[in-house]
Write a protein that binds this ligand. Sequence first.
Ligand SMILES: Nc1ncnc2c1ncn2[C@@H]1O[C@H](COP(=O)(O)OP(=O)(O)OP(=O)(O)O)[C@@H](O)[C@H]1O
Length: 248
Amino acid sequence: MPKTSEARPSIIIDDVAKHFTLRHTQSFKELFISWIQRKKLTSSFQALDGIDVRVAEGESVALLGYNGSGKSTLLKLISGVLRPDRGRILTRGRVAGLIEVGAGFHPDLSGRDNVYLNAAILGMSRPEIDARFDQIVEFSEIGEFIDTEVKHYSSGMFVRLAFSVAIHTELDILLVDEVLAVGDAPFREKCKTKIRELVEQGKTMFVVSHDLGMVSELCSRGIVIRRGKMIFDGPVDEAVATLKESTR
Ligand SMILES: Nc1ncnc2c1ncn2[C@@H]1O[C@H](COP(=O)(O)OP(=O)(O)OP(=O)(O)O)[C@@H](O)[C@H]1O
């Protein structure tokens, strides 16, 4: 599918800014001393500023940047977990976020129960989950551990199950934050294949990763963020080069 700006927009990010308030006290004593000394108890940190992005339906976009540049914050804004201070974010269709993977997982529940719980959170009905349950488990390769409480899972198993649930839901936009780094090599390959399939089906993909080889393979477009500002938006190879040339 040609990735032109004439395609229907899937995500519109319009002059978005987000700040966080940083606290500088821990205990009541510190709070009291700061108050006596008239020291500021908090400061404001601008995590994102003036972000303008339009993503067309079916585009796969890599979000690149060094640690703390604001990538996860932007994905959380797109998914609606956070709200921008300024600007607006519009998304078309259902957004499935692999952001804080397993955030909806309950450690004391079995893999099976967590599949039902998370798929329901992602908007699937009970009959839909019943129909896809075997596929979800098969893709995750959890096998006989599906009835074990997830607190006994390894971190890779946990991510595999969470990823599998998310990609088997009915989605239009998939937000992927670094999860692919956690699975082992065979699973990563399988995820890449699945992501390519989803892109071919016209789904929109926003991928955050430090694995530049992988994002170059999966994405056609790259956006580079440095200290909360967008410094590049264009072909993914040029985005990777821009990142490598830039400093934190
Ligand atoms: N809830 C919060 N409260 C205060 N500061 C925050 C909060 N969330 C993020 N930040 C700060 O905002 C900045 C951007 O964080 P973010 O997680 O978006 O970076 P990132 O580019 O995803 O980094 P990484 O590559 O390390 O995952 C960081 O300095 C972080 O400390």
